[in-house]
Design a protein. Sequence first.
Lengths: 152, 152, 152
Amino acid sequence: MTADHTRVCDLLAEYGALIDLGKFYEWLDLFAEDCRYQILPRENFDRGLPAALVYCDSRAMLEDRIRALREANKYNIHTDRHVIGLPRILDDGLAVEAPFAVYQTDQEGETRLFATGLYRDQLEISGPRLKIRDKLILLDTFAIPSLLATPL
Amino acid sequence: MTADHTRVCDLLAEYGALIDLGKFYEWLDLFAEDCRYQILPRENFDRGLPAALVYCDSRAMLEDRIRALREANKYNIHTDRHVIGLPRILDDGLAVEAPFAVYQTDQEGETRLFATGLYRDQLEISGPRLKIRDKLILLDTFAIPSLLATPL
Amino acid sequence: MTADHTRVCDLLAEYGALIDLGKFYEWLDLFAEDCRYQILPRENFDRGLPAALVYCDSRAMLEDRIRALREANKYNIHTDRHVIGLPRILDDGLAVEAPFAVYQTDQEGETRLFATGLYRDQLEISGPRLKIRDKLILLDTFAIPSLLATPL
């Protein structure tokens, strides 16, 4: 179980770091072959409303999404910084929750809070590594400006 | 010692997660039977001034406090997000410090930094679990608006 | 490897905590005898521009720097809070990356985001402890007001 804690922390840290580095194809590789990635306002989730802001239920779909983002970002140049807080490891060690804050810095050098929320991940063991089977991102707000700008 | 690190992280993560989920009675259960919970501006603490913003020296008192908060929150609807940074484990593993940032999101969907500070916890071993015997919350500011809105 | 994770987390947590406590001489002691400490805007780093905002390549130089900061801070009184996110441990366990957010609170009690960025550390084993041999701080912005106010 101790090893799980370390591996879970490593996976989460890598998840944030690879987005911040813009290494989106390495980031994609953190997901299992069969995977799901969703962004939902927490309010919708709490009320059982399924309307997701982003919904990808395969790695191919997620890859398309990333390609679109990279194109869009040519017109919205910024950098991201994910600060992921201590995770809560549930049940069998393969269900994880972690709070996050994402900051964005624009070309004028201004850094702003972009979003806060909670990751709810289902992981799977893939050889020596953990991979993400299901990532549910509960955003604290429904009012994210220019949401397309980056994966969370 | 490694196990302690994991268990301490788990306890802190659960502490923040349960507040953010509004599960206040499960949160209360993280405290030992005999416990103390205080919120102090760090400036007061550094100067040795005892004036606490919140002071509860029993779980019953903390429970009363929570009940009052739930009532007050009917008029101040918001959600919280705790991002707890890496903890510093002192001495015997039962004294812990961890920095935190708390964000609040209001009904218009605006997310703001609410408070930053430091947890200073004394823990105790209670069967298979760690419980909080003494939680001292040092707030970086003395100027918290609507402090009553949520436990930190 | 698990032990490394714990020790790395402890070192990072202590690093932030000692700055926030203003214990700069204990903080200096986290560095190896032969050490380097640099602050660079990430943009410069990404483009291979070496221009550092702060560059110290010995502990004596870092100590001078700290002494100057303490002098300057008599005129810019504030407190700091480092929230350090989950670290990414690379290679042999002695290369570490961790995202951070630093908040400052002024004398009026206002808390503001001061800076976000990434630590990239090379560590070394020094008896029972880890020490910092090389700390590269990549700031997300080139536009930090009053950068001199505090070590990051």
